[in-house]
Design a protein around this ligand. Structure first.
Ligand SMILES: [Zn+2]
Length: 93
């Protein structure tokens, strides 16, 4: 990927700029920072909602459900899953 400004040198700094463009203030000011949404491990990654399941947590069936959800890049847990934290708290009160 080449620098967004000079389009000659490879990108070496944030904002898609090469080293010398990044450290040229007048150039850097023209290119606002790229979104910080994608920083960090797994951050900013949209997950699809999953369907609730009635497999009991800790069972092979539940683990299989979690593996399938992970493979589809879905949320791993659904609030209506059997034995989900919110429903067990509701039972305890
Ligand atoms: Zn440049």
């Amino acid at each position: 990927m080449l620098c967004r400004h000079c389009d000659r040198r490879p990108v070496a700094r944030s904002r898609g700029l090469c080293w010398s463009c990044f450290y040229t203030p007048t150039v850097r000011d023209r290119y606002p920072p790229l979104s910080t949404q994608n920083r960090g491990l797994g951050m900013g990654r949209k997950r699809l909602p999953c369907e609730p399941c009635d497999a009991i947590p800790g069972t092979p069936e539940k683990i299989r459900v979690l593996m399938e959800r992970a493979a589809r890049e879905q949320e791993l847990f659904h609030e209506h899953d059997a034995g989900h934290l919110s429903s067990s708290l509701a039972l305890a009160s």
